[in-house]
Design a protein. Structure first.
Length: 160
């Protein structure tokens, strides 16, 4: 289970929600994901994103998979994963951070999301706390991450 931030290239004349509805309308949950086919511009966007995140947020690893490009932060304050597919991207943070650790990791997640917006033109939205990335408050996201993480730790039995 992860805390997710969505990024999408909003189609001309449509809102973010209309674009998401259009993208989701054509999805067959039983079909294989389409293989990644990026334009030269999208490849360049990815290179800029990786370079900036590495420079501004710290060390990362990146991989190319059949369906997306993936970047993961390495080390402190925690693991943030970015999956990029050209016209869409997503950021995932595991529900295992609470308190000050949640604040630090969500500051990082929002920093990465804002870099993606600036370098790609994608629009980010945090549906977990119903706020746009560009103007949203990472502290609200951290409070949600922390609360769910604490609940899970306190209520879900550890299997040994």
């Amino acid at each position: 289970m992860t805390y997710d931030i969505t990024l999408v290239r909003v189609r001309p004349g449509l809102t973010l929600q209309q674009t998401l509805d259009l993208l989701n309308a054509g999805v067959d949950p039983d079909a294989d994901l389409p293989q990644l086919r990026l334009s030269d511009n999208q490849e360049a966007e990815w290179e800029r994103i990786v370079e900036r995140v590495s420079r501004e947020a710290g060390p990362v690893t990146s991989e190319r998979y059949l369906y997306c490009l993936t970047l993961q932060t390495v080390g402190s304050p925690g693991r943030v994963q970015l999956d990029y597919s050209g016209d869409t991207a997503g950021i995932e943070v595991a529900y295992r951070y609470s308190g000050p650790a949640a604040s630090a990791v969500m500051d990082l997640a929002y920093r990465i999301a804002r870099i993606v917006e600036e370098e790609s033109g994608l629009t980010g939205y945090d549906f977990e706390v119903d706020q746009p990335v560009r103007t949203g408050d990472p502290a609200r996201a951290a409070a949600k991450l922390s609360g769910v993480s604490e609940w899970a730790r306190d209520h879900l039995a550890q299997v040994h």
